[in-house]
Design a protein around this ligand. Sequence first.
Ligand code: CP
Ligand code: NVA
Length: 313
Amino acid sequence: MPLKDYLRVSQLTPKDLTRLLDLSSRLKRHPHDRGDLLRDEVVCLYFAKPSTRTRVSFTVAVARLGGHPEMLGANDLQLGRGETIEDTARVISRYAKAFVIRTFADGDVERFAAAASIPVVNALTDGHHPCQALADVLTMRERFGALAGLRAAYLGDGNNVAHSLMEAGALAGMHVVVGTPKKHEPDPDVVQGAQAIAERTGGSVMVTNDAKEAAAGAHVLYTDVWLSMGDDPATKQARTRALKPFQVNGKLMAVADPDAVFMHCLPAHRGDEVTAEVMDGPASLVFDQAENRLCTEQAVLVALLKGKLKGAG
Ligand code: CP
Ligand code: NVA
């Protein structure tokens, strides 16, 4: 049975990842190549959290595949009034060709996917951001030619973006180091899972509490916001204090590889997780990364609808 849903990166095999990236590159060159795939059909885009990139790029991706994107907010469905996730998933499966969902708990998305007969795509949960990671590794592949052996350092909060980056890096045979304070380390289960994948691909995944150690010799310095949409805003001050030593700035870039690039999933907060000098400097790939959200999402929809992904089982 081919992979039905894309909920986290570790559902893919290394071959699936390569296939998705190759398809993304093709669709980037020929955006309307699969313009008939969703002709006169609908893909639902459900967003219970704000979004600029994911929301707009998925809208365009569906349009480029010939379909109609139906945008749904948290208060638009009866879900907000107590209809169960399972009933909602079963009903929507009778109308739409796919369901793209951004929400809080990963468990809710898993329940939706289990009850739905159509492909379900995770557009960000508290635990994972698998669509982001595809754009990230495509951007790295475009810049460096190949992914295997590349060293990426993620600095800051061990959050959803860090989780998906670890899994994608591991699948691609990269060396991923997360530099983060003890209190903000990524989920140990996700780290162990990514390490197990990396053992098979020749990559590695590590966590350190020393920003310089993480950044030393890295080809990519990556960061994300210190307060995520699923985090309690009351923790902002404490987070800022704890995460300050992990800010990506000129000093940290100086210990990385001389050709190192800077990456950020965006939105960015200049002066917090990254300085303006780095964010707007010549090493920054952030807008290429944002651009690559579109073709990678198109590729995910094509691959799932066509049953092209094997899945890690
Ligand atoms: N990177 C990302 O997912 O951005 P949005 O929250 O704007 O979609
Ligand atoms: N970690 C961030 C990513 C935003 C794209 C969040 O979840 O808010």
